[in-house]
Design a protein around this ligand. Structure first.
Ligand code: NAD
Ligand code: TDX
Length: 331
């Protein structure tokens, strides 16, 4: 199989490339990545000789068309992915997430290539802390941030191309990922690397916001299950039923890194900060017989902490610039 992976030098995409090469040894894999601040070829160093790497953008229609014409399957991870950045500067989100997805759709339609589109649970907006409901495939879209609204826009384009043009596509909406190669701007790696540096973790607002955490390898095993057994035109929600508030995440990290559980600061809140996300993964489990391999969040966090301790050379070059940006935002 000839597989094109967009955004394969980013956090989830790079982990996907590693897992796919392990599980599908015959795959011919091409990565298309613009290497923005969030992309790093070092995340692919261990498999560099087993893939073709193309440095370019999903917004380059001619390049996308050429690469798609030489593929059987496209897995579309490329996106601007960070909410705080989207509030400060929304245009790159519109351009990459919406226009880039449009170009991919045009090409997979033209060449009749299978597409899997990677999306997020943030398209559904947020839930109250005490709401027993969780997101399902039937939940209405109600995004809050420029990031989530551009992901919602991309999902709707995919749905329309399936219905109007018969494009062979599937969509997955996953909850918050954690694990190796996660950029230090994101919550868990930011706090791990702060603690390693002797800096107190910074929690937005009250810290009562809840995220539904999944290890990146479990997200990617679900994507492979959808590619192998998913029904064309369907949407699958991916989650590991692991709702934890931000105060608790930080307390666990502090314990793993031998600091007191109250060694953190509350800082100013993110504008429009979503309160709670929660995924009901029932359809994925029942239809595709998928289940997560990480059943303990604590063990997954411990493995992640070990990875950041062992791979300072990977994250150190990104840290100072990231913290400078946060300082400008007062967070
Ligand atoms: P990331 O920011 O770590 O990586 C994004 C990658 O896309 C980078 O390598 C970047 O260089 C590349 N990229 C950006 N613009 C591009 C362009 N115009 N053309 C080609 N490549 C471009 O993001 P991530 O956390 O790995 O997220 C990957 C996907 O998963 C995104 O679509 C995101 O919406 C989705 N998602 C993420 C999470 C999460 O918790 N991180 C959860 C659910 C869904
Ligand atoms: O320093 C911080 N302090 C803090 O309290 C940071 C960076 C974040 N937070 C909070 C905000 C959120 O409640 O932690 C939570 C997680 O924040 P992020 O890591 O920025 O993730 P989130 O905004 O939840 O979005 C993530 O999950 C869904 C990904 O970045 C998205 O790409 C994905 O779609």
């Amino acid at each position: 199989m000839r597989m094109l992976v967009t955004g394969g030098a980013g956090f989830i995409g790079a982990n996907f490339v590693h897992q796919t090469l392990d599980r599908l040894p015959g795959v011919e894999l091409t990565v298309l990545d613009a290497l923005t601040y969030a992309g790093d070829r070092a995340s692919l160093a261990a498999v560099e000789d087993r893939i073709t790497f193309v440095h370019g953008s999903v917004t380059d229609a001619a390049l996308v068309d050429d690469l798609v014409s030489r593929s059987d399957t496209v897995v579309h991870f490329a996106a601007e992915s960070h909410n705080d950045n989207s509030v400060a500067q929304p245009w790159p989100f519109v351009e990459t997430n919406i226009v880039g997805t449009y170009h991919l759709l045009t090409s997979v339609r033209r060449h009749d290539v299978r597409l899997h589109h990677i999306s997020t649970d943030e398209v559904f907006g947020d839930l109250e802390l005490d709401d027993p409901a969780r997101f399902t495939e039937h939940t209405a879209y109600n995004p809050s941030s420029p990031y989530s609204s551009t992901k919602a826009g991309a999902d709707l384009l995919v749905r329309a191309w399936v219905r109007s043009y018969g494009v062979r596509a599937t969509i997955s909406n996953c909850s918050n990922n954690y694990g190796p190669f996660h950029h230090v701007e994101k919550f868990i790696p930011r706090q791990i690397t702060n603690i390693i540096d002797g800096v107190r973790p910074k929690i937005y607002g009250t810290g009562r916001n809840v995220r539904d955490w999944i290890h990146v390898d479990d997200h990617n095993s679900a994507v492979l299950a959808i590619l192998e057994r998913g029904r064309i035109g369907e949407t699958y929600l991916i989650g590991a039923e692991c709702e934890v508030d931000n105060l608790t995440v930080v307390a666990e990290l502090l314990e793993l890194l031998d600091r007191p559980r109250d060694w953190f600061d509350l800082v100013s809140d993110r504008p429009g900060h979503d309160l709670r996300y929660a995924i009901d993964p029932g359809k994925l489990r029942a239809e595709l017989d998928w289940k997560p391999s990480y059943t303990s969040f604590r063990d997954g966090l411990a493995q992640t902490v070990d990875w950041y301790r062992a791979n300072e050379a990977w994250w150190r070059p990104k840290k100072e610039k990231t913290e400078r940006r946060y300082a400008e935002l007062g967070r």
